[in-house]
Ligand binder design. Sequence first.
Ligand code: MN
Length: 207
Amino acid sequence: MAHEVPALPYDYAALEPHIDADTMKIHHDKHHQAYVNNLNAAIEKHPELGKKTADELISDLNAIPEDIRGAVRNNGGGHSNHTLFWTILGPTGKPGIGGEPTGAIAEQIKKDFGSFEAFKKTFNETTAKQFGSGWGWLVFKDGKLTILTTANQDSPLSQGLYPILGNDVWEHAYYLKYQNRRPDYLAAWWNVVNWAEVNKRFEKVKK
Ligand code: MN
């Protein structure tokens, strides 16, 4: 079964004014679709991989035949990362969206970073510095929350780390509204984070 772009769980305009509808439409319908199309084209050459999810494929890149390894890394990563991205965001102003984190992740953030403000500042500063296209991530490593960045569409899954939340800092994610002002996009993005979904992901890695 071919990979498919999941439907956006809200309207294109739902994240306004923090992320604009035009950006969401192009990002979801064009960019994510292109990763899926390219992933499917690669997998067609190796039908034995047809049953694996994108997350499974990129979690063990050494197991991917060399002739499609780069394509799976980039496009399987693109599919996995964007699938996560849509779900950890939610409509502006809805309960549980934006604002202070809730639940277990709120406690862990306080424990590992001192406060939500300090965590946000470190996440934004680290992610702002990612040179060129890439992602900022929150993972749980050795019993602690850790912030890291990856280039291109590389996923923490390829390093054996499960992403709890991730922000896309490819220019396609913000350029229409924010142009070169990546820090402004990073600051606004927290207004549409879906903390219930982030907690669900944290529960999966919390031991
Ligand atoms: Mn993107």
